[in-house]
Structure formats: structure tokens, C-alpha cells
Design a binder for this molecule. Structure first.
Ligand code: FES
Length: 146
């Protein structure tokens, strides 16, 4: 291998690693799939799934995702203080998967925006996201699927 080929390949590999690290950091903070327990009528998420360690410091995330078995779209569980809201990540306009952006859900297809409670903030969607009842006990949040 020539020196210039080696440098080119090394640069590309380095760039790919940097990009992967950046994406990993971004995904780690915005999209985290929780370890959940699934029953016929609910998904239970340990409250500890909202916590993570960064540089030996305990931190809190506001969003965790779960994917009920057989579901086409994930459910996002949003935490605000001690209140939890669960929304199906399926846009009500034409069915694309919405994404977390800041403190709202945004559809990448045509730009609809929804609050963390599922309400439409900006169209073209004109109906709120599907939401699920949530309850909690000492250790878990329960998302009721029925
Ligand atoms: S499918 Fe989401 S805005 Fe169109």
C-alpha cells in the first residue's frame, strides 16, 4: 500500500469513528431504549432507567423509549418532575416515526411538531399523538397498552 493510500484510508476511518462517537453521544442522550418488563396489558419501566452515569456523576434523562412486542412504532415515556407521559411515536399526518427534538416531538417527513403530551404544536398533522395511561409505584412506571 502506498503512503498516500494509507493516509487517505486512515483519515476516512478516523472521520467515521468521530462521526460514530458523535452520533452515539447524541443518540445516548436523546434516544434510550429502556429495559422494560412486558405483560399482556402493560409495559413496566424501572424508574432507574431515567438515570445514567456520566463521568461518575448521576444524571437524569427525560425521555426513554420502549418497543412493545409486535408494535411497529416505539412508545416514548417522558418524565417531568414526578409525572410521566407516554406517546406513540407515529405521526398522525401520514404515519412517519416522530423524533425527540429538544422538549418536543418532530416529524422528519413534513415537519409536524407535537408537545411531550402529544398535542399538535404545528401541522400539517391535525390530530394529537396517541397517548397511553401511565401509573407508577415506588420503583416502576406502568404504561397501559389497552
Ligand atoms: S407524516 Fe408527519 S408530518 Fe407528515
Amino acid at each position: 500500500m502506498r503512503r498516500d493510500e494509507f493516509i487517505s484510508i486512515s483519515s476516512q476511518a478516523g472521520l467515521a469513528l468521530c462521526l460514530a462517537a458523535l452520533l452515539g453521544e447524541s443518540c445516548g442522550s436523546a434516544v434510550y431504549f429502556a429495559k422494560a418488563t412486558v405483560a399482556a396489558d402493560r409495559v413496566s419501566v424501572p424508574k432507574s432507567e431515567f438515570q445514567y452515569l456520566k463521568k461518575e456523576e448521576l444524571r437524569e434523562r427525560n425521555f426513554v423509549f420502549v418497543k412493545p412486542p409486535g408494535a411497529e412504532f416505539p412508545v416514548c415515556l417522558y418524565k417531568s418532575s414526578d409525572t410521566y407521559t407516554a406517546c406513540l411515536m407515529r405521526c398522525t399526518h401520514q404515519g412517519c416515526e416522530v423524533e425527540v427534538q429538544g422538549n418536543r416531538y418532530v416529524c422528519p417527513c413534513h415537519g409536524s411538531e407535537f408537545s411531550t403530551g402529544g398535542a399538535v404544536l404545528d401541522g400539517p398533522a391535525d390530530r394529537p399523538l396517541k397517548t397511553f395511561k401511565t401509573t407508577q409505584d415506588e420503583t416502576h412506571i406502568h404504561i397501559w397498552l389497552a
